[in-house]
Write a protein that binds this ligand. Structure first.
Ligand code: SUG
Length: 446
């Protein structure tokens, strides 16, 4: 019997060290805004406001906490030594780029936190989680340990939830999590089609690959996750991202496509072999017909898709159809704004468009969809998880006050070596694990 299930969205709470360090080659916004002055307080409040608006609409909205940054254990592993203040001083003087990397608040983009397969799809009928190794970028490769601890703390009941360690942290198994994974289905509680999109085949140097920017996800990583999660061939599609799109700044598939339910909203340049991808999905999707909403390059040129992050929108069920929750930048790019008006007139599955302001995150290449990890949960699983991380009015108020108390409103690269900043972060995060009831998840708490 099909169980009733919902899609819960777990947004990353932006951390107190949110800054613009230009760390992501291949991510246009990250490079464009390098050294801009950031506003961590505004960034966190923008994220909370997005969560609140969606929670108010009745969506199940969860929170994943930020990570401890600057991350002193990573610096010690690289040979910096002494007290925390001495470590910070040494790294700031000799290797400021390493300090920037271990200070990034990049765990906010929880679409990259993990790949999650709902229990309706998996071999043992538990929800499976694999934190992404994020091995393509050093600053992100240090996220998976704490991500794994957090997910285990929230989804602790082994009767319902299964946790795998991140894949081996080498380029052959480069894995960027749910940003390259979309699930299509009739109802959330029914078996779905898990679409894994990869940028490169690691063990075949002859296979098509981008020329300019790195492909962060390999086919081999996607296949490994499908095996670990016990997914069946009949529910799986592996699709290669168009290398030309990666070279135009589409560093994750969720910058050019988003799926929900029976609907895949995508740009004509998203996939290397578009027709085959659609045919593969159609052949496997049961209980619903695929609605393919294709945006042509004539309507929205690829560079406008990248600049506006049109496809990094959340696609959400409503009683009347689907809501596309777009970043504000979509109304600032003429072709995209025009397209959105046309989309609403077209009478397709997407029946509403709403704008969300996440500008602080957008300047680092993270739109509304990057900021959330989707976890499909049936009613029993929703009851079994730790509910202290689900947003309520009271929790929203509490977290807003927490941000206002602990966060700075200006941060530059020069501030990252300030030992006071590290103290502020630890104090704030210690309080946060208490607020969320998560127990000890950070290294400084162990
Ligand atoms: O990995 N930016 C992130 C953005 C991640 C967006 N996520 C998804 N598309 N799902 C990245 O490139 C920039 C940090 C800096 O430059 O300071 C950064 O890490």
């Amino acid at each position: 019997m099909v169980k009733h299930a919902v899609e819960a969205n777990f947004d990353g709470l932006v951390g107190p060290t949110h800054n613009y360090a230009g760390l992501s080659w291949g991510n246009v916004a990250s490079k464009t805004n390098v050294n801009a002055v950031s506003n961590p307080r505004e960034a966190a409040l923008q994220g909370l406001a997005k969560m609140k608006r969606l929670a108010d609409r009745g969506y199940v909205q969860g929170i994943l906490p930020p990570h401890e940054r600057p991350h002193i254990p990573s610096l010690k592993a690289l040979g910096f030594s002494g007290t925390d203040a001495q470590v910070l001083e040494q790294v700031a003087t000799t290797s400021p780029s390493i300090l920037a990397a271990v200070s990034s608040a990049s765990s906010m983009w929880t679409a990259n936190a993990a790949t999650v397969s709902p229990s309706a799809d998996t071999g043992d009928h538990r929800v499976h989680f694999t934190p992404a190794n994020l091995s393509a970028k050093f600053h992100r490769s240090i996220e998976h340990t704490v991500t794994g601890r957090t997910l285990k703390s929230i989804f602790a009941d082994e009767g319902y939830f299964a946790h795998h360690p991140a894949l081996p942290s080498v380029s052959h198994f480069g894995d960027e999590g749910a940003a390259n994974h979309t699930r299509l289905c009739g109802h959330y509680g029914e078996p779905g089609v898990e679409l894994f999109v990869y940028g490169q085949v690691a063990f075949n140097e002859q296979a098509p690959a981008p020329q300019k920017y790195p492909a962060r996800q390999t086919l081999e990583a996607s296949q490994a996750i499908a095996r670990l999660h016990g997914l069946k061939d009949s529910n799986l599609v592996f699709a290669q991202q168009n290398p030309a799109a990666i070279d135009a700044g589409v560093f994750h598939n969720d910058v050019i496509a988003v799926g929900n339910g029976n609907t895949l909203f995508y740009h004509s340049m998203a996939f290397l072999n578009e027709e085959q991808v659609l045919a593969d999905i159609r052949a496997r999707l049961t209980g619903a017909e695929l609605e393919a909403v294709r945006v042509s390059n004539a309507d929205v040129p690829l560079e406008d898709a990248v600049a506006s992050y049109l496809f990094n929108s959340q696609l959400l069920n409503t009683p009347d159809g689907m809501l596309l929750a777009v970043p504000g930048e979509c109304r600032e790019v003429a072709s995209v704004s025009k397209y959105l008006d046309k989309l609403l007139d077209a009478g397709g599955p997407i029946t509403a468009v709403e704008v969300f302001d996440v500008k602080q995150s957008m300047r680092n290449g993270g739109g509304p969809a990057c900021l959330r990890l989707r976890v499909v949960l049936n009613d029993d699983e929703l009851q079994a998880m730790h509910r202290g991380v689900l947003l309520t009015d009271a929790l929203y108020e509490r977290l807003t006050t927490w941000v206002e108390t602990h966060y700075r409103s200006e941060l530059t690269r020069g501030d990252l070596a300030d030992p006071m900043l590290l103290d502020e972060v630890r104090k704030a995060l210690d309080e946060l694990t208490g607020i969320l009831g998560l127990g000890s998840i950070y290294d400084f708490q162990m």
